[in-house]
Design a protein around this ligand. Structure first.
Ligand code: NDP
Length: 320
């Protein structure tokens, strides 16, 4: 679907009309994937800097969310090599962008280019969202906030007793945000003990949550008092979707909420096993969409429609 409304009939609008009415191939190429809204000739701009960028579906989610709210804002997915990050940041400032996401490999290096860091980005030590406010750059990390937002309708993070598998960027963001949201305790379980211990020590010393490390032994048994068990490793991501966690799923009580950060496929083997054990499950799509929701709020002050964004992501990932 294309919706475009122009302020007045003009030679420019005639040119757009000509483009849109041109060959079916051109029009279909132009429209493929997501709704395009053109409400003025000078929309506000947001976007993403990463490398590689081609498989990042966030553009589909954001543009669908903006379109559904009739916001005159675009989201541009940009391939930015590490040595061009400074140029890309200068360009975004020069062009008056509202802000941008940064994904791998820029999440830590971007900090050198910022004027300010939010408390959670400081604790996480990485930034995935930059807000440009009158030329000042403020770094946020919304990875973990997206997880917590997705969790809230199912279970209050306040007082949660979580076990997190993994100690990379996603695990770190989730552990910090769960701690800031009032989790009682967090157990980090990771393949590489040194990384797991480091994350546990960091969260334990910097937040009020009681955070500890447990070695990942074969057929790991989820601690009895856990209320939340999260896969924050990359295990199960397509095309390695036949891989899963070495965990004794019989140790999952039915009242444990089980989550996965992997968005593709959404129903990983880990979540399938948890559902079979009677647990409520949360997939990685919810985290991704809610992260986009938080980003849009930071850039525009508006709350986008998560249903539309979910649908756009499912379509982009060809998930029925
Ligand atoms: P990192 O590379 O920073 O961390 C990867 C983690 O996975 C490490 O803890 C690593 O353990 C662990 N791991 C990898 N392979 C295995 C294995 N075979 N067995 C056990 N552990 C393993 O990645 P990120 O934290 O940035 O991302 C992790 C996942 O989260 C990715 O799939 C990513 O796509 C997803 N993600 C999803 C988001 C969403 O919105 N849904 C947002 C951000 C990330 P070790 O330390 O031992 O190497």
């Amino acid at each position: 679907m294309l919706r475009y409304s122009l302020n007045a009939a003009s030679s420019c609008s005639t040119r757009w009309q000509a483009l849109l009415n041109s060959t079916a191939a051109t029009r279909d190429d132009f429209l493929r994937g997501y709704t395009v809204v053109m409400m003025s000739f000078l929309p506000k701009i947001t976007g993403s800097f990463s490398s590689p960028a081609a498989d990042n579906p966030t553009v589909a989610v954001m543009e669908a969310g903006y379109a559904a709210r009739n916001l005159d804002i675009r989201y541009i997915n940009c391939e930015v090599a590490p040595e061009r990050l400074a140029d890309a940041v200068s360009g975004a400032i020069a062009m008056g962008w509202l802000g941008f996401n940064c994904s791998l490999p820029h999440k830590e290096r971007i900090i050198d280019h910022l004027d300010e860091l939010s408390p959670s980005a400081t604790l996480i030590g990485a930034v995935n969202t930059v807000i440009i406010n009158e030329g000042r750059l403020i770094g946020e990390n919304t990875d973990g906030q997206g997880f917590v937002e997705a969790l809230r309708p199912v279970s209050d993070p306040l007082g949660a007793r979580a076990v997190i598998f993994g100690a990379g960027g996603a695990a770190r963001a989730i552990a910090v945000e769960l701690a800031l949201a009032g989790a009682h305790s967090i157990v980090i379980v990771n393949r590489s003990p040194a990384k797991g211990e480091k994350l546990a020590d960091h969260v334990n010393s910097q937040t009020d949550a009681d955070c500890s490390f447990l070695a990942w032994t074969p057929q790991f048994s989820v601690p009895d008092d856990s209320t939340l068990a999260i896969n924050a490793t990359s295990l199960g991501f397509y095309p390695d979707h036949q891989e899963t966690l070495d965990v004794d799923v019989e140790s999952l009580r039915p009242d444990v909420i089980v989550a996965d950060v992997v968005p593709n496929p959404p129903e990983t083997l880990w979540l399938q096993a948890a559902a079979a054990a009677g647990c409520v499950t949360l997939n990685g799509i919810g985290m991704l969409v809610n992260q986009a929701l938080v980003n849009a709020r930071l850039w525009t002050g508006q709350t986008l429609d998560t249903t539309v964004m979910h649908q756009a992501l499912s379509k982009a990932l060809q998930i029925s």
